[in-house]
Design a protein around this ligand. Structure first.
Ligand code: HEC
Length: 90
């Protein structure tokens, strides 16, 4: 292994660690979050989550209900997925 390869590898690892992974979030969501409600609750007219902070709280609440035992990173990925796909807060 040469130094340039290592530097590239490090960069790739750092990048994937700091940015929430939407694909991963979608996978987690589709596996564990569709038991009680489908995605229509996120886009219904009177949906009650109205900010990114509220979304994080709600995902945490529902995740605790499911007992999925996600890591913080997993929660972040799902929040990112729901925000980018449905809520579009930022
Ligand atoms: C045990 C049943 C259950 C499961 C499983 C569940 N939820 Fe929920 N979730 C609810 C209920 C109940 C509501 C409130 C729905 C309503 O008011 O009609 C809700 C609402 C929400 C909302 C807010 C929708 C809005 O109005 O803006 C979000 C976001 C959400 N859930 C995310 C998730 C995520 C992420 C998961 C997977 C970890 C998940 N839910 C799994 C029960 C569940």
């Amino acid at each position: 292994m040469n130094k340039i390869f290592l530097a590239g590898l490090l960069l790739a690892l750092t990048a994937s660690n700091t940015r929430a992974d939407i694909d991963h979030g979608k996978k987690l969501h589709d596996e564990q979050c569709t038991e009680c409600h489908d995605s229509s609750v996120y886009t219904r007219e009177n949906h009650f989550v109205a900010s990114r902070e509220a979304l994080l709280k709600q995902v945490n609440r529902c995740e605790l209900n499911v007992g999925a035992q996600w890591f913080k990173e997993d929660v972040d990925d799902v929040v990112e997925y729901l925000d980018k796909t449905f809520y579009k807060f930022k």
